[in-house]
Design a protein around this ligand. Sequence first.
Ligand code: ZN
Length: 398
Amino acid sequence: MLYLYNSITRKKEKFVSLEDKKVKMYVCGITPYDTTHLGHAFTYVSFDVLFRYLKYIGYEVIYTQNVTDIDDDILRKAKEEKRNWQELGGFWTKKFLLDMKSLNVLPPTNYVKATDSIAKIVEIVKLLIDKKFAYERSGNVYFEVSKFRSYGKLSGFNKKQMLIIAKERGGNPDDPLKKDPLDFLLWQKSKKDEPFWNSPWGKGRPGWHIECSAMIKNYLGDQIDIHGGGRDLVFPHHESEIAQSERFTGKKPFVKFWLHTAMVLYQGEKMAKSLGNLVMISDLLKRNTANEIRWLLLSHRYRKPWEFEEEEFEKTKEKFSTVLKALKDVKETNKTSSLNMIKFSSIMDDDLDTPQALTFLVNLAKEILKKNSNEGNEDKTKLKFTLLKCLLVLGFKL
Ligand code: ZN
């Protein structure tokens, strides 16, 4: 039985899907205006393992991920580089997908662009205004936070904390058009030189949070099993998604399980574009194999912050080569060691404890290597195939 740590209840809970044997999962994707770094890889490899593990334990998984292809950052960067914003977004999306492919990350069931969901976005915003949960001011439309009492239930922040963070993360609490500084944009008027879509409120473009609500509604429905993303998306992004989606559909909870990946630090600080301390996947791939990078990422618990150090690859390489040695001449058999498969599953069932799972697999590899080739051949073949099977569940390419 799988247990996952649910960010909204702040505890590990038994995972039960809304529909029998089917999981609807959404993970917030990238804003393609710059390169992909190790922090992104940590998030998408972690959710890739969840995607694979859910399938392994028998679920049909519909996994949707978005690309925020229209956004303040993209427009700013396009202006700086004198490039077309769509061309810029397309360029970095392609790079991201190549990085993910080289790390053996499975493509989601639906990979969707925000700009492909404008009609749905307009429909949601319209209804929110009709129901008086949102209001229009000079071509902008805001969600009225006071109309959603439990705003803050995911992050657990009080109003004061929310205001500070909203300011840091582009929430613009000082906007004089707002009734309340925490109200957030659903739709914004496009500036003269910005791209626009026609709407009942004039020429504009969607706010940041609404696209995920629209895509979830479009591709997965009113309620989903799992919503994931990086820890820094909890507020205001996910908090706002809950408010607008639950007010739009009238159904709650919008999401059953919220899962957040921890931040990756480098040189003592969060790895971030703004700080310039990025570790690029393409650079790491010059010195390490994709499997070694995956191993290093999975040797960290998905929800625990960690600091990347290049030296960590030394140990990683040693462990992975032990595993490869043990796999030499592995043959497919119809038998696996059920005891070891059960042990592996029980580790993964505990909120995807991949560091433990890797330790378990290294020990299994050592056990295989210890076996004399003259004795217990059948047992050795079985153990080897078991090791291979577990590694495949974790997404290694072998
Ligand atoms: Zn999102």
